[in-house]
Design a protein around this ligand. Sequence first.
Ligand SMILES: *[C@@H]1O[C@H](CO)[C@@H](O)[C@H](O)[C@H]1NC(C)=O
Ligand SMILES: *[C@@H]1O[C@H](CO)[C@@H](O)[C@H](O)[C@H]1NC(C)=O
Ligand SMILES: *[C@@H]1O[C@H](CO)[C@@H](O)[C@H](O)[C@H]1NC(C)=O
Ligand SMILES: *[C@@H]1O[C@H](CO)[C@@H](O)[C@H](O)[C@H]1NC(C)=O
Ligand SMILES: *[C@@H]1O[C@H](CO)[C@@H](O)[C@H](O)[C@H]1NC(C)=O
Ligand SMILES: *[C@@H]1O[C@H](CO)[C@@H](O)[C@H](O)[C@H]1NC(C)=O
Ligand SMILES: *[C@@H]1O[C@H](CO)[C@@H](O)[C@H](O)[C@H]1NC(C)=O
Length: 452
Amino acid sequence: MSGKSSKRPLILVTVCAALFIGLLIAVIVIVLKKDDVSPAPYLPQECPSASNLEHITGQKDGLGVSWYTGNITVKEDITRLRDVALDLNDQCCVNKIGKGTLEYFHDLTSTMIASVEVDIRSLSKSWDGLRLALNIDQNLTLIVTMNEETNAYERLWDVLLARNDIDENKLLYNMKGYSAAFKTMSSSAGSPLIYFDIMPRDASKIIWSHNTDTWEQLNAATEGNVMMIEGDIRLFAEGTSNKTDTPIMAHDEGDYNNLSFAQWLDAIIKVDKGMKFDFKSIGAVRPALTITNRRLEINGPIWLNADLLAGPGQKPPTVPAQEFLDAVELFPEATLSIGWTTIQKGNNTHLKYTMDNVQEIHELCRNLSQPVTFPVRAEQFRDSLDEFDWLLSQSRSYTLTIWTGKGDNVTQDDMTFMKGQFERSRVYFDLPRNDATENVLDSYKSDDKVEA
Ligand SMILES: *[C@@H]1O[C@H](CO)[C@@H](O)[C@H](O)[C@H]1NC(C)=O
Ligand SMILES: *[C@@H]1O[C@H](CO)[C@@H](O)[C@H](O)[C@H]1NC(C)=O
Ligand SMILES: *[C@@H]1O[C@H](CO)[C@@H](O)[C@H](O)[C@H]1NC(C)=O
Ligand SMILES: *[C@@H]1O[C@H](CO)[C@@H](O)[C@H](O)[C@H]1NC(C)=O
Ligand SMILES: *[C@@H]1O[C@H](CO)[C@@H](O)[C@H](O)[C@H]1NC(C)=O
Ligand SMILES: *[C@@H]1O[C@H](CO)[C@@H](O)[C@H](O)[C@H]1NC(C)=O
Ligand SMILES: *[C@@H]1O[C@H](CO)[C@@H](O)[C@H](O)[C@H]1NC(C)=O
């Protein structure tokens, strides 16, 4: 064989490829026949070499694809693993997914159900291509495999972001010793779209309770169909000599609603809803997160919000950015909601979020491993679409949360317009209920129904 190959290498390679494919089909046929008995197919022990791979797969993008070489532990979500598993492990493969690989996946899945396995370390850099492949090929699923390594915990965020970005049936997880950590993270920092099982993934369908700072509002929110409950947090008697370390629900300094943060938290945990902590002072962050950390039974998503940068109107922020980012490490399993200070537009029709605003916040957030949502004042969203388009394109982990202040000039037209400007899974509407804008939201929703 080696004598001939030195004369006609191309033909030989083609013949080998054909033989291999033949063998492959034989293996698959055998595996399909005993599908009921064993979910794990026979798999060769060695990664094929790169040169073989090129011929086998006809790829032009440099991504190696190989047979899965080990056993996948079938547990938790890995129940539908069958037929074929491919390994995109970066030990034998280069990183990005290109057209050649997409075509290969497509050919492969036209005749069988296939699972592609990707090492957690390659997930984020190849995610755009993988998502495309998974969306195109209905017979394709992805197995995300954890490998032991020192910063494995941080990599879990990559898995979470992928999970939040695709149909749940498309991903299987092989998390080894990190299953529990991933479960915890994916509940408290999970996208509300996943947690509340919103299908299709339209973030405007999440129902909010805004400024939920009194017992009356809290009871209404926990009893109703609200999904995410937002409340404002300060320290008791902030700004006076009586100040304590006890976080309470208060929008402004001097507000006292006889509702402590701990009571608020426990009432919401009981009904398994999501929470957004709106920190009005830096002093309240550590005490509140320390309390949150002691609650082991949190299931719903938690968002941590503060206005860290000066936005339209240039009002100086009262929560210092770095101190906030350091403090939230106390409770890392959260989505960070990081925003700008704003002022009401009033007669200043030119007020909007600028390119400088969005670039500055991206600089602040680019190295964060958690998902980040940016709160945006509705009346100033409309004129800043280019800026937010740029911001959302910087990371798949970025979303927007539209909010509005009392008396803001937000019309139904504005709402209709905002709808559909960006991917629906990436724009939340944390709007106050029980005030003038409720009508706006209602019209917004009924529009939606007509279209759907
Ligand atoms: C997979 O695991 C099963 C049970 O643990 C074992 O019997 C089998 O030999 C393993 N297969 C491979 C390819 O390692
Ligand atoms: C999926 O695989 C099955 C074989 O398992 C095949 O019959 C079918 O055509 C494939 N579907 C697509 C969309 O390629
Ligand atoms: C501090 O609390 C005491 C007792 O409740 C009260 O009399 C006093 O006015 C408070 N001081 C301030 C500055 O609020
Ligand atoms: C404060 O709330 C508690 C329940 O936590 C209630 O028993 C008490 O009557 C309330 N006090 C006032 C002044 O509203
Ligand atoms: C806006 O302009 C009108 C008319 O010029 C004026 O009466 C009103 O006070 C202004 N409002 C604000 C908030 O400046
Ligand atoms: C983010 O990381 C880059 C590269 O590691 C570094 O240059 C930059 O200073 C970091 N930014 C922040 C805000 O930490
Ligand atoms: C509200 O905003 C619209 C533009 O979006 C403008 O035409 C209208 O005059 C504004 N109304 C008030 C009361 O400021």
